[in-house]
Design a binder for this molecule. Sequence first.
Ligand SMILES: [Ca+2]
Ligand SMILES: [Ca+2]
Length: 405
Amino acid sequence: MSTATKPKPTSSAGTSEPMSSGKKWAIGLVIAGLLPWLFFILAMFIGTGLLPGGGASLHQDPVPTQTSCVEVAGIPKPTCEAYLSAEQKIKKVRPKCKNLKWTLLAGIGKIESHHGTFMGRKVNDKPGASYGDVEPPVIGPVLDGTHNTQRIPDTDGGKYDNDTTYDRAVGPTQFIPQTWESVAQDGDDDGDTDPQNVFDSALSTAALLCGKNSVDMSDPTTEHDAIYRYNHSEQYVKDVRNAKAEYDALGDITEPVNATGDAKKIIAAAKSQKGVPYSWGGGDTLGPSYGICCSPGGYSGRFIKGFDCSGLTEYAYGKAGIMIGGTAQAQHDSGKVRVTHQTNLKGAEPGDLLFFSDNPGSGKGIFHVSIYLGGNRQIEAPRTNDVVKESDVRMGSLDSIGHLK
Ligand SMILES: [Ca+2]
Ligand SMILES: [Ca+2]
């Protein structure tokens, strides 16, 4: 499950604390019997200005301009994040479904409930258990056959719709209780499926649109049929497609970088290092540095210039002037970020640190750290023989979030 990147420490201290860069160096060198090379390598580093005081200067990374979720008119930030997250997650939930874009979910969300804001409702945007919950809940008209409705006698005993006589559509994307039961997904990884939570409803909507067969949603006929399946009305299909077109016109919002200031700098700094090799013990506030290829487990003894997981985060945070220390555990314990122990991404903001351990939620034995990008994506120096890159957050070992203060 875990794709741990930071090698488990093998120090004699018997602690789960990852080693400091200094310890890693020393141990790696001893293991490799390479102490004779130490002076040669130090001389090389100093010569190339890679050590502090060696003449290296901080260069300025470009800060990309991106459309962010807070800039999308009319969509609450959590709802926008939920659509983006669902676009990523559906690839695993419905692997045969290709090219389902967040804009289609946004089109449906707009027509169904104005993205959860129908009749003055709010989408909870405070970090915590209720993040993304629509308050008060959206419960549609009684489906009793009058007023041009279907007639659906109660199927859920009032569980979702508080109506024990008939059914009513529930949540920001308006699921009939029976349909909800058949497709419900846990979009925010809190262990529960709640039609009134925008993350759960968006991912469930995606699952319903996709169905279980091989489909390519970029095909207009496929898209039409999927929307029509959602609601058997050509006018509805037209309305959803018009709304989708508005969001398509915004261009790609692949990451909800609502980041201002520090978060934006941190993400830009990390992204500027994409493609740099993983190197155990490599990387610090100055950039990539010579660590060991590859780790005690996959040891080759070569020195390569790059980053390990915490080297990358140390570098990126350093670009924002935040000194978080050199190992994943030290960064967790540094007090420089506000740590919440949680095994889901509720309330995580782009730029936050994500910590991973074998005992999720404990804050102990942190073996990996990455930077959250939003939409369930992260940027990380993942592992031996890999490079700095963006990836899906691996939920199974998510231990805690380090929030930017
Ligand atoms: Ca009911
Ligand atoms: Ca959930």
